[in-house]
Write a protein of this length. Structure first.
Ligand SMILES: [Zn+2]
Length: 289
């Protein structure tokens, strides 16, 4: 519980309950869900009933909710910036943008200085708020992506559309074959060296066999030389790689890199893939993060 609001006082209850639980050894597994269930059982109602208190804000009951923290990773909730307005003075936020791409890149929100749960506000009818004098005016603001932050686009469905996006200098992830999973995991990283093209005839290229008409690029593989964080070195050998085997995510970048720029190795000579990008690729191949 948090916020400059009527909840402030109640937040102390939670802090005390957690401290007491740690001291008594009650919390063996302090994961979010276990913690919430524990608190819900311990703190069912205020110790002092509402009738004995002054003030409309005195609680009658406590409700506990659980939010899956996997929903709040950086790949799902990228870093955004409040530009030109003071987010510290706002405590009521409503996002109603239904276009996922626009919501991520532009971040349109309605905001006010205080939370309100009157009948009108619960129906998003903010103009008829019963507590307007307390809540303050709703204002439209934007929280666009932080500069340099990459918008997380979905995979490109259409193979031809994807193949046209492939340009030299781009890093792409390629699905590993079933018998290769033990080596680096379910994907390989490739530095693309050519645009995509159809093979004019059957060919054997460094032991791999390709058939005429297959869509391929030339590129160089990265090899994983450090596990955490994942650090890669570029191999020298130029290979033909099937476009069809690629994970169709256009914004794969290494740490410190940016979309549209060829990657550069860090001082250590490694290209580092941040965990967040790794998680995104893992979820794209259906793997466990
Ligand atoms: Zn209201």
């Amino acid at each position: 519980m948090h916020g400059k609001d009527i909840c402030d006082g109640a937040a102390v209850l939670i802090a005390h309950a957690i401290n007491a639980a740690i001291t008594s050894g009650a919390l063996l597994d302090p994961g979010t869900r276990e913690l919430v269930l524990y608190l819900a059982d311990l703190l069912r109602a205020p110790a002092t009933p509402k009738e004995l208190k002054d003030g409309w804000e005195a609680p009658t009951k406590y409700f506990f909710g659980f939010m899956d923290t996997a929903k709040f990773t950086k790949s799902r909730v990228p870093t955004a910036e409040a530009r030109g307005w003071d987010c510290n003075k706002k405590h009521f936020y409503v996002g109603r943008c239904a276009d996922a791409q626009r919501a991520t890149e532009v971040g349109p929100l309605e905001t006010a200085s205080m939370f309100c749960a009157c009948d009108a506000c619960l129906l998003f009818d903010f103009g008829n708020c019963e507590m307007k004098a307390h809540r303050g005016q709703m204002v439209s603001v934007r929280v666009p992506l932080k500069k340099g932050e990459v918008a997380r686009t979905n995979q490109i469905d259409d193979l031809n559309e994807w193949s046209k996006m492939l340009k030299p200098g781009m890093v792409v992830a390629v699905r590993a074959a079933a018998h290769e999973l033990e080596i680096e995991g379910p994907y390989w990283l490739l530095l693309v060296d050519s645009e995509a093209f159809e093979l004019p005839e059957d060919m054997v290229h460094t032991t791999d066999e390709f058939e005429a008409g297959w869509l391929v690029v030339r590129g160089r593989w990265y090899s994983l030389v450090q596990k955490s964080p994942r650090g890669y070195k570029l191999k020298e050998v130029n290979k033909l790689v099937l476009v069809n085997a690629m994970i169709r995510l256009p914004n794969v970048i290494f740490s410190g890199g940016s979309v549209g720029k060829a990657p550069r190795a860090s001082r250590s000579g490694l290209n580092v893939l941040e965990d967040d990008m790794h998680n995104l690729l893992m979820s794209s191949v259906g793997g466990e993060v």
